[in-house]
Design a protein around this ligand. Structure first.
Ligand code: NDP
Length: 269
């Protein structure tokens, strides 16, 4: 019998996941379908219950339900617990298991696709919302020299740094104006690009040979990518992160890791 998966969100029409998973399924010979699922804003838990009743094997979760998804799970994997958010659900043996593959997708895109090691590097993380929170544990696990979190609301950056203060990697939180020195990897995990705005940091944050990654993606480079490029950094948008988080979710569900290169070629010819 064909196994059923979906992506739950509101709105959901824009989601690219239903374009990605069928490619992975064909590649790996897995018999599955992957649909879009629009959940009412006040009906996420009921939607999940219905999907389980309908025999779905799992789901991805996107805006605005990633935090609520963590609450409907009967068990959370460590990275979902650290992120406080879930983007991948597994329905099995009466359990709803929550995981978060956004951070691992980001790390895979930086290390594998961009070919940039994170170990030993200075990392600047701009933004302190859900995406930044999800990125932190997977980044820390790569062993960078230091992670600095900078955010518009300073207290949120400070609180996030405190939450990740128990690891061997130094993590500090501050406002944009307090960022000092240069970094090897600068990640824009703020939603600033959505508004066509720049996080107000100095161009000197991009050290020699720096990589700048904006989690947002689109057909054109974001304002942050243009700013970073003018400062001499190599730039990437968030499409690779999206493709890699999908591969990670697929591997959780099916036990086999797809090759992401084909999806890259399809989505960015
Ligand atoms: P949240 O709403 O949880 O957090 C938003 C963050 O952006 C906060 O830190 C907020 O600061 C900051 N921010 C918002 N507007 C501005 C601005 N104009 N200038 C500076 N900072 C700003 O969003 P998420 O963390 O979920 O998402 C952040 C970005 O990451 C989005 O662009 C999203 O599309 C992208 N993303 C990409 C993924 C991918 O697979 N490529 C996956 C997940 C997210 P403050 O605390 O001061 O409000």
């Amino acid at each position: 019998m064909t196994d059923k998966y979906c992506v739950i969100g509101n709105p959901i029409a824009h989601s690219k996941s239903p374009e990605i998973h069928p490619v992975y399924a064909r590649q790996t010979g897995q018999d599955l379908v992957y649909e879009r699922c629009l959940a009412p804003l006040d009906g996420f838990a009921a939607t999940v219950k219905q999907l389980v009743a309908d025999g779905f094997r799992g789901a991805n979760v996107t805006l605005p339900f990633k935090l609520e998804a963590a609450r409907v799970c009967t068990r959370l994997e460590e990275r979902a617990r650290a992120a406080g958010a879930v983007n991948t659900l597994v329905f099995a043996s009466g359990e709803i298991v929550g995981d978060n593959t956004d951070g691992p997708g980001l790390v895979a895109d930086i290390t594998r696709n961009a070919g940039v090691a994170i170990a030993g590097k200075r990392v600047l993380l701009l933004g302190a919302g859900g995406a930044a929170r999800g990125a932190l544990l997977p980044l820390i696990q790569q062993g960078p020299r230091e992670i600095v979190i900078a955010n518009r609301t300073v207290a949120t950056a400070e609180a996030l740094a405190r939450d990740f203060g128990q690891y061997a990697v130094p993590v500090s939180g501050m406002g944009f104006a307090s960022v000092a020195g240069s970094f090897d990897i600068v990640i824009n995990a703020s939603a600033s690009s959505l508004a066509g705005e720049l996080p107000p940091v100095s161009p000197t944050v991009f050290g020699p040979g720096a990589l700048a990654l904006d989690m947002m993606y689109g057909s054109q480079p974001t304002v942050f990518m243009e700013f970073a490029s003018q400062a001499g950094a190599a730039t990437r948008d968030g499409l690779g992160m999206l493709i890699e988080q999908a591969a990670e979710a697929f591997a959780i569900w099916r036990g086999v890791r797809p090759d992401t290169a084909e999806v890259f070629r399809k989505m960015r010819p």
